[in-house]
Design a binder for this molecule. Structure first.
Ligand code: 13P
Ligand code: SF4
Length: 317
């Protein structure tokens, strides 16, 4: 009789082998975000942050793009590659930022600020991108904002924490949509202070989607890829990591021997793990490649309108 653990290992081996076979058969590329489960990260043709993944999607010559990430990422890949098949293992893999900013409400918000330029975080729907002037990610947001003439009024949507951080960094006149990431707003300031006192040799590193009180205490702030680069290059040996803990798998690989402590949420829950990202599993990845669905499709007029601000971002990056 097989134990449950052994059964899981056998089925995981089956899924991994089938995924590799299907990748060859379909001429597919598997793009994976850092917040995915380690077993999915290990299957990536390319692993990266939102900007790197859209850059990869823009230049791939594979016929099928399998996106192990969330909906807005796969949708961006489809906007950039209308002729390619884009698969997402679970269509419910959304994002609280994208869900909290419906296009019709952003349209109303825009009416209050005539003449303002709309800079929108990539964590948004195609409909929202289509009514934006520039898209940005956490890697290039500062650069995009600074590229605009100094007297430009800016609407920044949907993440208020990244927006506040950008105002501090650039001193620009920005009005903010009041959206937030349910994962990055979960970290406990009280517990982080305690961790810092217990580990005086540890540096606190944080994603700019975290709240201001956490960012103010951080030794380094950056996108997922910037955080990864920082732990590799910095001489410190211990880091408290205030972002989704999926990235710690890559940190351990690239900076082996260093110690990484997950920034804790206020309660004992695992709400520091993105519930959307974690909907993807090896089994769903295998099934979507086998069945050719769920597939991302997008209306052509909407695609063209959403492409323009994405292209502006890619040109500036
Ligand atoms: P990055 O662009 O830094 O990978 O961030 C994506 C994201 O969804 C963070 O929560
Ligand atoms: Fe969205 Fe937050 Fe999940 Fe990133 S971590 S995909 S911002 S809900």
């Amino acid at each position: 009789m097989l134990t449950r653990q052994k059964e899981k290992e056998y089925s995981n081996d089956f899924f991994k082998n089938e995924i590799k076979r299907l990748r060859r058969e379909l001429n597919a590329v598997i793009l994976v975000h850092f917040y995915q489960e380690p077993e999915i990260q290990d299957l990536a043709d390319y692993i990266g942050d939102s900007l790197q993944l859209s850059q990869e999607a823009a230049k791939t010559d594979a016929e099928v793009i399998v996106f192990a990430g969330v909906h807005f990422m796969a949708e961006t890949a489809k906007i950039l590659n209308p002729a390619k098949k884009v698969l997402l293992p679970d269509l419910d893999a959304g994002c609280s930022l994208a869900e909290g900013c419906p296009a019709h409400l952003l349209e109303k918000f825009k009416e209050k600020y005539p003449g303002y330029v709309v800079v929108t975080y990539i964590n948004s729907t195609a409909e929202v991108k289509a009514i934006s002037d520039y898209i940005c990610t956490s890697s290039n947001a500062e650069k995009i904002v600074k590229s605009l003439p100094a007297d430009t009024g800016i609407i920044f949507a949907p993440d208020r924490n990244l927006g506040k951080y950008l105002i501090k960094k650039t001193g620009r006149d920005m009005v903010l949509w009041q959206g937030s990431c349910i994962v990055h707003e979960t970290f406990s300031e009280r517990k982080i202070i305690k961790l810092k006192l217990e580990n005086p040799d540890a540096l606190l590193i944080a994603h700019p989607e975290c709240e201001e009180t956490i960012l103010d205490k951080s030794d380094f702030i950056g996108s997922t890829s910037a955080l990864l680069k920082f732990v590799v290059n910095n001489s410190a040996n211990k880091f408290i990591v205030a972002t989704e803990p999926g990235i710690i798998n890559q940190m351990k690989k690239k900076a082996s021997g260093k110690i990484f402590i997950e920034a804790p949420p206020e309660t004992g829950c695992s709400c520091n793990e993105c519930p959307y990202m974690r909907l993807n599993t090896l089994e769903k990845l295998y099934k979507c490649m086998k069945d050719g669905k769920p597939e991302i499709n997008i209306d052509e007029e909407l695609r063209i309108n959403a492409l323009l601000p994405i292209q502006r971002m890619l040109d500036l990056s």
